[in-house]
Design a protein around this ligand. Structure first.
Ligand code: 26R
Length: 822
């Protein structure tokens, strides 16, 4: 039998058109005459899937035959967004599909709007995982993403009377064409119960975990199509189900209701994504979620390994690499130990040698409240055997390694212990990760340095080669090619079509940064993108904004350290200046926000409310002649980001230095020609290195200055009393100027910045921030200067291709080889 060639796989327009119509009839059960846009979208996806599945099968066969080492990316979050246009682009079918649909009287972009976002993540960490699996497939690396198949992703945000309301997200309510259920790979996962010590067959003692409950894990596969369409890897997401779906004995005894309750409990595990972007609520269900998907994934890996190697584990560490995306999947470490020691009968040392070679850990935050700790009691109840294993890992680590390095030093032992002593004893997941991993990385140069020097200094002393850096990146396929087609086409013309794979090629654009004609083309595209966003803003909020204004955008989760409140008080200051002097000289500005607050984060929600109240007042104030507009875009998500980012003139990256691990929105915005107003934090530092300091508006305290000010004793009142404008703005929060008849509704913000001690130094950075804005304003008045800066920013972001990040992971951590498919 002759193998199909690449050419056979590539569809032409007429074939695709026929396939879409065929699927409309035979898969969707409707007809051209009465099909809804949703049915057309699903039919299109089904037609595309014929291509996807063929390539998926080839990839899996190739990987199986070559038995290559693979990376297994464990993440509680994958923020995939929509897949239709991405898959079409990666299969080089986008324009073919566009034409095919046009002949059927349909617009592809409209059909794409039918797809709900796959919002199985909170923000940066989840979206990074999505970019990384795109890059892994694109670079032809054997890789599997493992995570949870949440029924409900991150909540949908509605704004009512200016306040955030959370509504459930139901992304698969009407079916999702991109997922495939794999009942043949179902797993069963134990929970609760107790541990018994018995005599093993080989003599010696053996531990047996008698589970109190068993949960079924059902895998759903999402094909991950690499750009160019050669490798199609999978993202495997586990859904929880009741183990004995229907217990007939219980049923006959009239216990139908009870059995239904069990079923509901089991299904709860993968029911909903935790929106906690902030504090770890210590919830039992979250720990169970983590264990559930890790245990399913380890079993899945084991099954595949044993199919080839049987019970000979000598190749395991050579074949299997597991990346832990933050500490959320840490329990995979004691789980692999449990499987190797208890189930596969390896001795401890052999198992541990495998274990720490397999795992590596990425840290994504230094915020103490986000470093996961689980109470020992909870662990003992849910995972009794794992707690024993953790104790054993800890005892050997402290007794051998730490004792050898710092003999008799109990202070260091207490600090490095996996167990935190105290009233409530806790398991420190970060420490377990570092001890159980071959490599530990941060996500930007400065962040990795802080991980080494401030977060884990003793671990770094113990293992100097363990800590490393891999600066984050974003996939240029989604974040330029697909979301900004006009700019992509311009770049195709100027530097050729290789840039989506080799983003460094955009450097070739730098020499046109002063070219008048090129500047005009570039700014015309920006203008078109802004005009499109104007329509979206009008449709979503009713607010009318002018595309002549500077579009100044801050899009990210709401958190004090990200300092939306700094942006807010600066807009209030501008508003005051305009009220005091209607001729105040500034180019018209539209400040646009997109942000979700964790439902329990009171102050974050108050900041959203304040932005909306400010917007109402400012947008309807005729005295300021439309010079200032404020827009809060509800329900910020991946698909909205794709519309906002190409339209941004200014990118707000204003976190307190030392707190934003990397940021990835900063990269996407600069890549699309926005100029950064930012602090020297996270990847901003590297963006400035690439673009040149003169093309960014950097302001405020740097990491060392933040530390020094805190050490001296920071007092926000010093800044409040010293700056009359700042004082007036803060005092405004206590009036009813923005909340007529309801004074004090916004006071919590002022309080947090004064009595609350302003932990993120908002007031300390206010004056510098205001100056940075004035600088940006002056740049914008010189169109040639602005165009040049925007072009240079976009053209110099090649480093932030997530392909480069993946290549760094491969060389520094995973040691993988590419595997050519087809
Ligand atoms: C513990 C639990 C409640 C929790 C805490 C924090 C769950 C999720 C988070 C989100 C964190 C870890 C996160 O998203 N961090 C972000 O990771 C991005 C990708 O590396 C960085 O760009 C970004 O700076 C960082 O905040």
């Amino acid at each position: 039998t002759k193998k199909k060639t690449e050419l056979d796989l590539q569809l032409n327009k007429d074939q695709l058109k026929a396939s879409i119509v065929r699927h409309l009839r035979s898969t969707l059960g409707t007809s051209e005459q009465k099909a809804s846009p949703q049915a057309w979208w699903k039919a299109t996806a089904a037609a595309v899937n014929e291509q996807v599945y063929e390539r998926l099968t080839r990839t899996q066969q190739t990987h199986f035959n070559k038995d290559t080492r693979a990376i297994h990316y464990f993440s509680a979050e994958f923020l995939m967004g929509r897949l239709t246009s991405n898959n079409l682009h990666n299969l080089s079918l986008y324009s073919v599909c566009e034409e095919a649909l046009r002949e059927l009287g349909l617009e592809l972009t409209d059909l794409c709007e039918q797809e709900p976002d796959m919002a199985l993540g909170n923000g940066g960490l989840g979206r990074l995982a999505a970019c990384f699996i795109d890059s892994l497939a694109t670079l032809n690396y054997p890789a599997v993403g493992y995570g949870l198949h949440y029924e409900h992703g991150l909540f949908r945000q509605e704004i009512q009377d200016g306040r955030q309301i959370e509504r459930p997200d139901s992304w698969r309510e009407y079916g999702n064409p991109w997922e495939i259920c794999r009942p043949e790979s179902v797993q069963e996962i134990p929970l609760y119960g107790y541990v018994e010590t018995v005599f093993g067959d080989k003599g010696g003692l053996k531990k047996v975990w008698h589970a109190g409950r068993k949960i079924k894990g059902v895998p759903w596969d999402i094909p991950v199509v690499g750009f160019g369409g050669h490798t199609v890897n999978i993202l495997r997401l586990w859904e929880s189900r009741a183990s004995e779906f229907f217990d007939w004995d219980v049923f006959n005894a009239g216990g139908y209701v009870d059995s239904q309750a069990e079923k509901a409990q089991a299904e709860t595990i993968s029911k909903v994504l935790y929106p906690n972007d902030e504090t770890d609520a210590g919830k039992e269900l979250r720990l169970i979620q983590q264990y559930f998907f890790c245990a399913c994934s380890i079993k899945d890996i084991m099954r595949r390994y044993k199919r080839v190697h049987g019970s000979d584990f000598s190749n395991f560490a050579a074949q299997i690499a597991i990346q832990l995306n933050d500490t959320h999947p840490t329990v995979a470490i004691p789980e692999l130990m449990r499987v190797l020691v208890d189930e596969e009968d390896l001795n401890w040392d052999a198992a541990w040698t495998i274990c720490y070679q397999v795992f590596s850990y990425t840290n994504h935050t230094l915020l103490p409240e986000a470093l996961e700790k689980w109470s020992v009691n909870l662990f003992e109840k849910v995972l009794p055997r794992h707690l024993e294993i953790i104790y054993e890992i800890n005892a050997r680590f402290l007794g051998d390694l730490v004792e050898a390095k710092w003999p008799g030093d109990d202070v260091i032992k207490a600090k490095l212990s996996i167990i935190e002593e105290g009233e409530v004893r806790k398991v420190r997941m970060g420490n377990l990760c570092v001890i159980g991993s071959a490599k530990v990385n941060g996500v930007a140069e400065i962040h990795s340095k802080l991980v080494k020097e401030d977060l884990f200094p003793e671990f770094a002393a113990l293992w100097p080669d363990k800590m490393c850096n891999v600066t984050n990146g974003v996939t240029p396929r989604r974040w330029l090619l697909a979301c900004n087609p006009e700019l992509a086409a311009l770049y195709d013309e100027v530097v050729g079509k290789e840039w989506p794979l080799q983003l460094d090629k955009l450097r070739g654009v730098v020499k046109f940064a002063d070219d008048k004609a090129f500047q005009q083309q570039f700014m015309t595209i920006k203008r078109h993108n802004k005009e499109k966003l104007v329509k979206v803003i009008k449709a979503e909020t009713g607010i009318e904004v002018d595309a002549n204004a500077i579009f100044d955008i801050q899009i990210k989760r709401l958190h004090e350290y990200k300092r939306q409140q700094l942006n807010l008080i600066h807009i209030m200051a501008l508003y005051r200046r305009l009220l005091a002097n209607p001729d105040y000289d500034m180019h018209p500005r539209v400040f646009i926000f997109g942000s979700k607050a964790a439902p329990g984060y009171k102050l974050a929600k108050d900041i959203i409310y304040a932005i909306n109240k400010l917007a109402e007042r400012v947008n309807n104030d005729t005295r300021i002649q439309g010079k200032l507009k404020v827009v809060f875009m509800p329900n910020y998500r991946v698909s909205l980001a794709e519309k906002m980012i190409p339209a941004a003139d200014v990118s707000e990256q204003i976190s307190t230095a030392g707190y934003e691990a990397s940021g990835t929105g900063n990269m996407k915005l600069a890549l699309n020609g926005a100029i950064t107003i930012g602090t020297l934090d996270g990847a901003n530092i590297e963006i400035v290195e690439e673009a040149g300091a003169e093309h960014c508006a950097i302001f405020g305290l740097n990491v060392d200055e933040v530390k020094a000010l805190k050490a001296r004793g920071y007092n926000p009142y010093d800044f409040y009393y010293a700056n009359s404008e700042l004082k007036a703005v803060l005092d405004w929060f206590d009036t009813d100027y923005f909340t007529p008849g309801k004074p004090g509704e916004l006071s919590s913000i002022k309080r947090s910045l004064l009595e609350g001690g302003d932990p993120y130094l908002t007031l300390a950075d206010f004056a510098a921030y205001s100056e940075a804005h004035q600088l940006v304003d002056s740049w914008y008045r010189d169109p040639a200067l602005w165009a040049k800066k925007a072009i240079i920013n976009s053209a110099t972001m090649g480093k932030f291709n997530s392909d480069r990040s993946i290549q760094d992971y491969v060389e520094r951590i995973w040691k993988l080889e590419r595997c050519k498919v087809g």
